[in-house]
Design a protein around this ligand. Structure first.
Ligand code: PLP
Length: 751
């Protein structure tokens, strides 16, 4: 069973609403503008639903229009207000020059303000009303600016945090102002008494799908006498205020929801919802030590919790919850490259880590006690899974899946840190530690009983501080952490040696990893990255030494040894000199000495001139050449997967989800398919094995298809022609397997 905890995004449709919509589609299907009996019956439905909405919203007067949703309602309100301002022209007194909106408003509001301001040629200043650290509007600021404002937009409750606005305080701040007032009521519908007519609110938009009605139906309240300009002109429906044949099934469904609100038999009261939120909050606090709530629950809707956990990204938590069958949402918008910090939390002035790693959990008022109990049980299971993976305290001496053995990679904004662990000797080495990872690495080592043999840097980092000293034990080591006088560092069957590769910096070092005496991989820092050479225009660089370093590296490791880079902006995980020779003409010219060293330096300087910052807004550590870009690996849909499996019984299916996800939602492969787990963080460990069998198809899957696409792309770029990704991941598995459901057992709940 799915535990859907993303009600602020949307809700399922209430059974009564579904039934009402079906009736209207099948039986009462008339057009309410028709004057025959079928039409009249449809009109009666529209009238009854509007009357119910008036009662629920406390809006006996004014207009209450059916619209497609809040976004349309917002456009209509903004267009109306701004048109009136334009028509007012040089009226009495100074003309307003400000359009104000709450700094935590949904994007629909500021975007609509800017859009119509430009389109109508008003050229007013669009300005955000600041909020305090609790997310409430700065009423003093508003009072100061109110006289100059033509339109003020404030939400009734915030969609990310659930913070409820002080509407009476805002009304008081506007008491001496002629500004029109828009209140976005989307998240308040059915949860707060808005009493629209009792307040001087001019416009209030709503979306049905936030409260168990279908998508595509909403309401716009317009105070009696408030300016109005139709957004849609046409057949004159809705008293010519909003043309277009009415969305009858949506209206009927919304009517059923409003009727349920009025009767009080489907939705829980506020006290019950508060008690349930407290249960969820308690389960979260117990499961995730250090968790902080980003808004004080007492100031919020009783159905919303927004939190962050130190050291755990929102992506990690989302994946974890998803594996446990719980759908929550990141409190921040995600772009392809990275999760953008939440503008709402930033406006509240919360620390950057909280803004970037927020998670929102929201439920609807129609859930029941069993649902909340199950949600709590799964939250506790998530905490247990993290502890079993040594990602959360308290440490356990025996992790569920044994101590980590081999290579694990951690990435922060494109910078890579590696943990090389030898389970037999319980000794490990960390390469290029990052400040953001100290807590997590300590926790991991402590939990698994590892001793640090060394903490190494591949060079003195120009873009970030090394955290080596914070992790390192007392000992006699050089600047980069290498034990003084040692020829190698031994970790059971594994051994590290080093090779000086000055260039990116004068002190750059490559660490060669030997496994049972065989060279298996090289930590190359920024000397060679996928599609780039480390930049050598830093004060501490040694550009003239670069070409010779590359030649000595090739002589020592050859063309096909896996190189593990210090930065990986494109999620390619690893590369080889042979691959980079093809991708980077400059590197090829150094290896073949077709350019002399001075020519190499000049060509490299040209490449690095005006190097832009990375997608993470960090200093780029090298100039990426286009040849380094990897084409997306092909995806397999259901039919493609079945065909591939039939043609290749030896096909290998690889789960790239992390161990804490795998132990919650253990996914069994379809019969007769060989299956292995290779978390993305440990991909480098498995790449050579797959590369050794280039004819054998490898099909990666994950939760949503993103990480598997990354793995397949990385393997293809290294020359494996048969790397694939399962489109849509586990979320679409039933389709991909041709109706053969992947067994996703209920989460392991033994905690
Ligand atoms: N306002 C708020 C507060 C919202 O939460 C949303 C939706 O997330 C909207 C406006 C826009 O609503 P819709 O996309 O249904 O038009």
């Amino acid at each position: 069973m799915d535990i859907y905890l993303d009600a602020n995004a949307t809700t399922p449709v209430l059974p009564a609403a579904r039934a009402a919509a079906l009736t209207v589609m099948a039986e009462e299907f008339g057009n309410p503008s028709s004057i025959h009996s079928t039409g009249l019956r449809a009109r009666a439905v529209v009238d009854a639903v509007r009357a119910s909405a008036r009662r629920v919203l406390g809006a006996p007067n004014g207009q209450l229009l059916f619209v497609s949703g809040a976004t349309e309602g917002i456009q209509t309100a903004v267009l109306s207000a701004l048109t009136a301002m334009r028509e007012r022209g040089a009226g009495p007194g100074p003309a307003p020059d400000l359009l104000l909106y709450g700094a935590t408003e949904h994007k629909a509001v500021p975007e609509a303000l800017r859009h119509w301001n430009t389109l109508l040629g008003l050229d007013l200043r669009v300005e955000a009303i600041p909020v305090d650290s609790e997310g409430r509007h700065d009423l003093g600021w508003l009072r100061e600016h109110a006289a100059r404002a033509g339109l003020v937009c404030t939400m009734a409750a915030n969609n990310e945090t659930g913070v409820v606005s002080d509407l009476d305080g805002i009304a008081a701040a506007l008491s001496d102002s002629h500004a029109l007032w828009l209140v976005d009521g989307v998240q308040a519908l059915g949860k707060l008494p808005l009493k629209l007519a009792e307040r001087r609110i001019d416009y209030a938009p709503f979306s049905g799908h936030k409260l168990y009605a279908p998508k595509g139906i909403g309401l716009l309240y317009v105070r009696e006498g408030a300016p109005f300009t139709p957004l849609l002109a046409g057949g004159g429906q809705e008293g010519a205020l909003r043309s277009g044949t009415e969305n009858m099934s949506g209206i009927a469904a919304l009517g059923a929801v409003l009727a349920a609100l009025e009767s009080g038999d489907s939705f829980r009261d506020a006290a019950t919802l508060v008690a349930w939120r407290e249960q969820l909050a308690a389960a979260l606090t117990e499961s995730f030590p250090g968790l902080v709530f980003n808004a004080r629950p007492e100031l919020c809707l009783p159905t919303t919790l927004n939190f962050a956990v130190p050291g755990l990204s929102s992506k990690l938590l989302l994946d974890l919850f998803d594996a446990a069958g719980m759908r929550v949402s990141g409190g921040s918008a995600c772009s392809a490259a990275r999760a953008l910090p939440s503008h709402v939390l930033e406006a509240m002035g919360l620390p950057a880590w909280q803004c970037a790693s927020a998670v929102r959990l929201s439920f609807g008022p129609a859930v029941d006690e069993a649902f909340i109990a199950e949600a709590c049980r799964r939250i506790l299971a998530c905490g247990a899974a993290l502890r079993a993976s040594c990602l959360a305290e308290p440490a356990r001496s025996t992790p569920a899946d044994g101590p980590t053995d081999g290579l694990t990679r951690f990435v922060v904004d494109g910078a890579c840190c590696y943990l090389l662990a030898d389970a037999a000797s319980r000794r490990c080495v960390i390469v290029d530690p990052l400040p953001e990872l100290i807590g997590r690495l300590r926790q991991l080592l402590d939990c698994q009983g590892y001793t640090l043999a060394a903490v190494l840097d591949t060079h003195s980092h120009g873009d970030h501080e090394s955290s080596a000293t914070a992790l390192r034990n007392e000992g006699d080591v050089d600047e980069l952490g290498w034990p003084t006088g040692a020829g190698s560092i031994d970790l059971g069957r594994r051994r590290l040696t080093r090779l000086a590769v000055p260039g990116h910096t004068a002190d750059s070092m490559a660490y060669l990893l030997h496994d049972r005496g065989e060279l298996s991989a090289v930590f190359v820092g920024d000397t060679v990255m996928p599609g780039a050479l480390g930049r050598s225009d830093f004060a501490q660089s040694a550009p003239l030494a670069y070409p010779d370093s590359l030649r000595r590296l090739e002589a020592a490791v050859g063309g096909n040894t896996l190189l593990l880079p210090g930065h990986d902006y494109d999620d390619l995980h690893a590369t080889t000199l042979a691959r980079e020779r093809e991708a980077q003409p400059l590197l090829a010219s150094a290896l073949t000495a077709s350019l002399d060293d001075a020519g190499f330096v000049a060509a490299k300087a040209e490449l690095e001139r005006g190097l832009a910052t990375t997608v993470y807004q960090t200093v780029a550590c090298g100039a990426r050449v286009d040849g380094g870009c990897a084409a997306a690996a092909p995806q397999l849909d259901g039919d493609g997967f079945q065909a591939m499996r039939a043609a290749h019984p030896e096909l290998l299916l690889v789960d790239v989800r992390e161990p804490y996800e795998q132990c919650l939602g253990g996914a069994a492969a379809p019969a007769a398919t060989q299956h292995e787990a290779a978390p993305l963080s440990r991909l480098a460990e498995a790449l050579p094995r797959w590369l050794a069998e280039p004819e054998r198809p490898v099909v990666f899957y994950c939760r949503s298809g993103n990480r598997s696409a990354q793995a397949a792309r990385a393997l293809r770029r290294l020359g494996h022609p048969q790397a694939w990704s399962l489109a849509g991941g586990l979320a679409l598995w039933a389709d991909a397997s041709g109706g053969e459901p992947m067994e996703t057992p209920e989460p392991a709940l033994a905690i």
